[in-house]
Write a protein that binds this ligand. Structure first.
Ligand code: TXA
Ligand code: MG
Length: 327
């Protein structure tokens, strides 16, 4: 199979909406990362997602909807969840809620809850509107590898494994959505930090919103995406501020350009250290460093307490740096 890359004309959007209705896989841009979408109510189509990604069946999918009304057909909302959806949708907040019967077990890996979000990317929204169906979509990469933020990234990983790819350019946010467990509204907690921050959620709900600790075995069952090692380049990645002369075979990734501009084997994540820019560039830069044939990639750590997007970026870097364990 060779993927057909579509430009976002109305004709191709209509064609892709039809393909989705018929059960085909389509990689689509969202504001966070590219997703590998399928008809969420079609168990067979959803099983094909797991095969294409080589994703283990016990890692449930996120369902993408146009709005709260569509989401309420799939999940049991409580008042807190409704308020959150009204405030943060469309946008990078995924809500975990009790699922309704309509949602096939394959989507939730047999579990009683479903993860739902309404993406804000205009192309994702246009497709959802045309297709009139909810779309199950994990990130459009092979399982465990760095998530894709451009159509080219998707082609590199899945180009021979999926039929359709909608090219919407680079994703504006660049890291995955915040996954928030609201099954128990009084005890909402973050399963995966993302673009909607704990501070924003806490301010809105009027109480502190904790982040589940990933090492906790229960947390791993809840969100296998919180596996310690995830979002990883093939080249071993070390969180370590590069200083002085680099050892041979080491690539250095800085938060902002190093003083010496033509430093060899140096990459940087932003021009001035702005976290939004770091998030947007993170996966592209890690992929470039990974393709450079290095022995190791050293990445300048950023403080997890930096506020805003720092927690999400820190979380992804920590997982990318975790040692491979039997995988
Ligand atoms: O920004 C995003 O969330 C992107 C775009 C495409 O929407 N999607 C994404 O999907 O990152 P994925 O499959 O790569 O990550 C989904 C995360 C995983 O950590 C998964 O374990 C968790 O959400 N998840 C899905 N369903 C869940 C559920 N019912 N309970 C707890 N966690 C769940
Ligand atoms: Mg993923």
């Amino acid at each position: 199979m060779q993927v057909h890359v579509h430009s976002p004309s109305l004709t191709s959007l209509r064609r892709l909406a039809k393909a989705l209705q018929r059960g085909a896989l389509v990689a689509i841009p969202t504001e966070t990362v590219y997703g590998l979408a399928a008809h969420a109510l079609d168990a067979k189509a959803c099983r094909a997602i797991f095969r294409a990604k080589r994703r283990p069946a016990n890692d449930p999918l996120i369902v993408h909807v146009l709005d709260l009304a569509q989401a309420e057909q799939l999940a049991e909302f409580n008042d807190t969840a409704r308020r959150l959806a009204r405030r943060f949708w469309p946008g990078p907040l995924t809500l975990v809620l009790p699922k309704k019967n309509l949602v096939p077990g394959v989507v939730t890996s047999g579990g009683p809850t479903v993860a739902i979000r309404a993406p804000s990317h205009p192309l994702a929204r246009r497709l959802l509107r045309l297709a009139k169906i909810p779309l199950a979509a994990p990130s459009a990469n092979l399982f465990g590898y760095i998530s894709p933020t451009t159509a080219e990234h998707v082609r590199e990983g899945l180009g021979r494994r999926i039929p359709h790819l909608l090219d919407g350019g680079a994703c504006p946010v660049g890291v995955e959505s915040t996954v928030l467990d609201v099954t128990n509204p009084g005890k909402a907690r973050i399963l995966r930090p993302g673009a909607v921050t704990a501070d924003q959620l806490g301010r809105f709900l009027g109480r502190k919103v904790p982040t589940a600790r990933s090492r906790h075995p229960q947390a791993q069952q809840l969100a296998p995406g919180m596996l310690e090692r995830h979002y990883s380049p093939r080249t071993p990645l070390v969180l370590r501020r590069p200083a002085g002369k680099l050892p041979t075979g080491v690539a250095a990734v800085f938060l902002r350009p190093p003083g010496k501009k033509n430093l060899p084997h140096a990459f940087w994540l932003s021009r001035r250290g702005a976290l939004k820019e770091v998030a947007r560039n993170l996966y592209e830069v890690l992929r470039r460093a990974d393709a450079g044939g290095y022995r190791q990639i050293w990445v300048e750590p950023l403080p997890a307490e930096g506020g805003g997007l720092a927690a999400a970026i820190h979380d992804r870097l920590k997982r990318a740096a975790a040692r491979k364990r039997g995988r």
